[in-house]
Design a protein around this ligand. Structure first.
Ligand SMILES: NC(=O)c1ccc[n+]([C@@H]2O[C@H](COP(=O)([O-])OP(=O)(O)OC[C@H]3O[C@@H](n4cnc5c(N)ncnc54)[C@H](OP(=O)(O)O)[C@@H]3O)[C@@H](O)[C@H]2O)c1
Length: 335
């Protein structure tokens, strides 16, 4: 569900590339896309609009159609017998919905009641990098800033960046922004996400705070998050300061990260080697570099964490969870 969107399209590519066992694939989207043809696995599939009829007979649904669509249709899908891996933020903080990152807390899948939530993209890449450090030394406090790509907002945001950049480069006045509150081309916005009434943090910052604690299973971790939107198409970058509970040397942290599943260390700053969004784009791993001691805090390390927000930040993890559900016999089962 959401098969025609940025995340849905990437999920479809990965299902084919990873030979996911599929008897029948049914791409669902809105009325706007009904009848549209999608090439998948050598076949031309017809997109169906989500409806009470279209959701019958499905075993596993990978869903990325937005929060309000998920709120309405996920319970109906579960009622119709499907197990749903949902990419939207709607179910993530529900107590009876596991929020799962395949390398971090796969055991949480076992308790699902039909819905499994896929975390927010910025949280996802950060916890993959934090997990080995957390296991070795605990985490007292995180102070982080994100540098988030526009594809994290969906297709319309990529079009907005391209249109504005084209206008500026041709000496024209860029059109009024539609997706973001200000011009994004050649600019940096101190706002990724939206401000709820009376909240001085964006919802994206709240997601990082709350989802990190839920995934690591540690409500005591203090998190200070600032989420920034930058004019990058794909690949979120994050500067993360990690204060550990026990001492942890940068050399040991580097060894732990080099051995961690789903992590690639790129850390030779003297040679100009550190993770970059343009190199992470199209990759499944989380890239970590600039691993160093915080110059002002003996108990803290600084990291630079980069990943493709559409891959590990969304589609790759969703497909990895689907693979784990199949391997562990957890499709169609509810506790
Ligand atoms: N982009 C990311 O990096 C990222 C990462 C993690 C999570 N997410 C979450 O994943 C979701 C989708 O993101 P996206 O970037 O793929 O957005 P997108 O490119 O805008 O795609 C949205 C998808 O939802 C479908 N849709 C919209 N309204 C619908 C409706 N009423 N009924 C059925 N389908 C409907 C669209 O179908 P039509 O084409 O027919 O309109 C399209 O397939 C969002 O909740 C987002 O927060 C995104």
């Amino acid at each position: 569900m959401g098969a025609t969107g940025l995340v849905g399209t990437t999920i479809l590519e990965l299902l084919a590339a990873r030979d996911f066992p599929v008897a029948e694939l049914r791409p669902l989207a809105s009325e706007r896309s009904a009848g549209k043809r999608i090439e998948w696995g050598g076949e031309a599939l017809s997109v169906e609009a989500v409806s009470d009829e279209a959701i019958q007979g499905l075993d596993l649904v990978l869903s990325s159609a937005g929060g309000s669509v998920s709120a309405e249709w996920t319970p109906k899908l579960v009622e119709a017998g499907a197990t749903v891996v949902d990419n939207t933020s709607y179910w993530r903080m529900h107590d009876d919905v596991p929020l799962v990152v395949s390398e971090v807390n796969p055991g949480a899948l076992a308790g699902h009641k039909g819905i499994i939530a896929n975390p927010n993209c910025s949280t996802m890449q950060m916890v993959v990098a934090l997990k080995p450090l957390y296991d070795a030394a605990g985490i007292e406090r995180l102070v982080l800033s994100t540098y988030q790509a526009v594809s994290g907002t969906g297709k319309a945001a990529i079009d907005e960046l391209r249109t504005q950049a084209h206008a500026v480069l041709h000496g024209d006045e860029p059109p009024e922004p539609q997706v973001y509150p200000h011009q994004i081309a050649f600019n940096v916005l101190a706002q990724a996400g939206n401000f709820a009434d009376g909240d001085d943090h964006t919802d994206e910052e709240r997601k990082l705070i709350n989802e990190t604690r839920k995934i690591l299973g540690d409500p005591e971790i203090k998190v200070s998050a600032t989420c920034i939107r930058v004019p990058v198409v794909t690949g979120h970058s994050e500067a993360v300061n990690v204060e550990t509970r026990e001492p942890l040397e940068p050399k040991r942290a580097r060894e732990l990260l080099e051995a961690a599943p789903g992590v690639t260390v790129v850390d030779d700053p003297a040679a100009g080697r550190y993770p970059m969004a343009v190199e992470a784009a199209g990759q499944d791993d989380v890239f970590v570099g600039r691993i160093r001691r915080d110059a002002g805090n003996e108990r803290a390390l600084d990291l630079w964490v980069v990943a493709d927000n559409l891959r590990k930040g969304a589609a790759t993890n969703a497909v990895q969870l689907a693979e784990l559900l199949v391997e562990r016999g957890l499709v169609g089962t509810r506790v």
